[in-house]
Design a protein around this ligand. Structure first.
Ligand SMILES: *Cc1c(COP(=O)(O)O)cnc(C)c1O
Length: 480
C-alpha cells in the first residue's frame, strides 16, 4: 500500500466506521451463525497475489460484520458493556500511526509521561484516595490491558511483600493462601494458577443474601489457615461482581486485612467508573485502606478496549515483584529514579500507547456525557425494577444499586423456575433485537439486564421489557 492509497482508504474507512456506528441498531445483536459458518466463507489458503483493499472491505462487510456480536448495539444488555467513542477510536488509530513502544521512559518519554498524567487525571475525576496518586510517597497508577492482568500483578506484588522479596522456587510460596467469594471474577482463580499459588490455595469466603462477602467468614478462614501454619497473603474484594453487581463491604474487610497484614485488592472493573458521578461516589468507600485497586474505562466509560486502570499504594512491592534489568533495558533516567519504566508494573515487556485514547477522549468529549449516561442508565434500571417488581411472573433476585438488574421467572419449584428463565433468555436472544446473558445465583438461573451500552435509550429498555413480558406469556417459554 502506498502512502496515497493509505490516505484514500483511511478516509473511506473513517466514513465507513461512522456509518456503521450510526446504523448498528439495525444489525442483529447476536449474529445468526453456527460455529464454522464464518470460516467456511473464506478462502482456506492465504492469497498468492495482492488483492485490492476494496475486496477486503467487501468481505468485511459481507462476511465478518454479519458474524459479529454487536457490542455497540442499543439492544446490547449482555455481560457488561464495552463502549467505544469517537475520540477514543481516533486515539487508537493515532497510537497505531505513531507506532511506538511504551515499555519504558527511554523507549518513548512522552508516552510514559502522558500515561502518568492520565492515571492522575482519572484519579482526580474518580475521587480516589491520595495514597494512589503517582506523586504520593509510595503509590502510583498504570494502564493495564485488562482487569485480569491487574488482579494478577496485585497478587504478584502481595506475594513479593509477604515473602520479603523471595523469588525462588524453594521459597515460602507453597504456604501462601488467598481469599475471595464464589462471586469474584474467574480471573482471580486464573491468577492463582498463573502465579503458581494453585486453585486449592484460594479459599472461598462465604457471601450473604446480597452476594456480598461476609467479613466474619473471612476472619475465621484466615485464623484457621494461620493456625494450620499457612500464610494468608491476598484478599480480592469486588466492587460490583460480574454475576450480580454485589458490593463487598470494603471497610469491614479492611479491618480484617489490616489486623492480619494481608494485601487487599479491590476489583471494580465495571462499577468503579460510577465514581465519576459524585452521587455514586459511595463505590469508593474504604479505598483509602486497600493496597491496590482497579477499574476499566473500557467497560462503561467509552474508552475502547483495552484500557484498565490499576493503582497501588505500594509500588515498591509491585516493582520488586516484576523488575528484571538486563543491560539492554537499563537507562540513566530510570536508574536515577527520575523516570518510570512501566514495563516493571505489568507482565509483558512491550506496551501499547493506551494513554492516547484516554487523553483524546478526556480533552474532547470530557466526562460530562459519561456522567449523564451513568445517571440515566441507573435511573432506567430502577424504573425497570419497579415494573418487574410489580409483575407476579418475575422475581428480582439481587440488589440493584446501579445498572444491573437480575431477574428470574417464578415457578412452582426451583427447577421449573430455572427452566422458564432459561427458555426466556433463549427466546429473547433468538429475536436478534436484544442480547442478555444468563448467570446462576445460589442455584437460581438468572437473566441479567445490564444497561450500559452508550447507544441504549429508554425506549430500548422499555421495548426489551415488553419483549420479555410477551415471551413470558407465550408457549416458547414453557418448560418441556
Ligand atoms: C469484566 C470484569 C473483569 C474482567 O475484566 P477484563 O478487563 O476483561 O479482564 C474482572 N472483574 C470484574 C468484576 C469484571 O466485571
Amino acid at each position: 500500500m502506498t502512502p496515497d492509497d493509505f490516505r484514500r482508504h483511511g478516509h473511506e474507512m473513517v466514513d465507513w466506521i461512522a456509518d456503521f456506528l450510526d446504523g448498528v441498531g439495525s444489525e442483529r445483536v447476536f449474529p445468526d451463525v453456527s460455529p464454522g459458518d464464518v470460516r467456511s466463507q473464506l478462502p482456506e489458503h492465504p492469497p498468492t497475489e495482492p488483492e485490492s483493499f476494496d475486496a477486503v472491505m467487501a468481505d468485511l462487510e459481507h462476511i465478518i460484520v454479519p458474524g459479529l456480536t454487536q457490542w455497540q448495539h442499543p439492544g446490547f444488555f449482555a455481560w457488561f458493556p464495552s463502549n467505544t467513542s469517537y475520540p477514543s477510536i481516533l486515539g487508537e488509530l493515532m497510537a497505531a500511526g505513531l507506532g511506538i513502544n511504551a515499555m519504558a521512559w527511554a523507549t518513548s518519554p512522552a508516552a510514559t509521561e502522558l500515561e502518568t498524567l492520565m492515571v492522575d487525571w482519572m484519579h482526580e475525576l474518580l475521587g480516589l484516595p491520595a495514597r494512589f496518586h503517582s506523586q504520593s510517597e509510595h503509590g502510583g497508577g498504570v494502564i493495564q490491558g485488562s482487569a485480569s492482568e491487574a488482579t494478577l500483578v496485585a497478587m504478584l506484588a502481595a506475594r513479593w511483600k509477604v515473602t520479603n522479596g523471595d523469588v525462588n522456587a524453594d521459597g515460602d510460596t507453597t504456604r501462601l493462601v488467598g481469599y475471595a467469594t464464589s462471586q469474584a471474577h474467574s480471573s482471580i482463580e486464573k491468577g492463582f494458577r498463573i502465579a503458581g499459588i494453585g486453585t486449592d490455595h484460594l479459599r472461598v469466603v462465604e457471601h450473604d443474601d446480597s452476594f456480598a462477602m461476609r467479613p466474619e467468614s473471612l476472619r475465621e478462614l484466615i485464623a484457621a489457615d494461620r493456625a494450620a501454619g499457612l500464610t494468608p497473603f491476598f484478599v480480592c474484594a469486588t466492587n460490583g461482581t460480574t454475576s450480580s453487581m454485589a458490593f463487598d463491604p470494603i471497610e469491614q474487610i479492611a479491618d480484617v486485612c489490616e489486623r492480619d497484614e494481608v494485601w487487599l485488592h479491590v476489583d471494580a472493573a465495571m462499577s468503579g467508573i460510577a465514581a465519576l458521578e459524585p452521587e455514586y461516589r459511595w463505590v469508593n468507600d474504604g479505598l483509602d485502606r486497600v493496597d491496590s485497586y482497579s477499574t476499566n474505562p473500557h467497560k462503561w466509560m467509552g474508552i475502547n478496549f483495552d484500557c484498565n486502570l490499576f493503582w497501588t499504594a505500594d509500588r515498591a512491592s509491585l516493582i520488586g515483584a516484576l523488575s528484571i534489568l538486563p543491560p539492554y533495558l537499563q537507562s540513566a533516567a530510570a536508574e536515577a529514579g527520575a523516570a518510570i519504566d512501566y514495563r516493571d508494573w505489568q507482565v509483558p515487556l512491550g506496551r501499547r500507547f493506551r494513554a492516547l485514547k484516554l487523553w483524546f477522549a478526556l480533552r474532547t468529549d470530557g466526562v460530562e456525557p459519561t456522567k449523564q449516561m451513568i445517571r440515566r442508565q441507573v435511573g432506567w434500571t430502577q424504573q425497570l425494577a419497579a415494573l418487574v417488581g410489580a409483575d407476579d411472573r418475575f422475581d428480582i433476585v439481587a440488589p440493584h444499586p446501579l445498572n444491573l438488574l437480575c431477574i428470574a421467572r417464578r415457578g412452582a419449584t426451583i427447577d421449573e423456575s430455572n427452566a422458564l428463565t432459561d427458555a426466556l433468555i433463549d427466546a429473547a436472544n433468538a429475536t436478534g433485537t436484544v442480547l442478555f446473558t444468563r448467570t446462576v445465583l445460589d442455584g437460581r438461573s438468572t437473566l441479567r439486564v445490564s444497561i450500559g451500552a452508550s447507544a441504549t435509550t429508554f425506549d430500548d429498555v422499555a421495548d426489551a421489557w415488553q419483549l420479555l413480558s410477551e415471551l413470558a406469556n407465550s408457549a416458547s417459554s414453557t418448560p418441556d
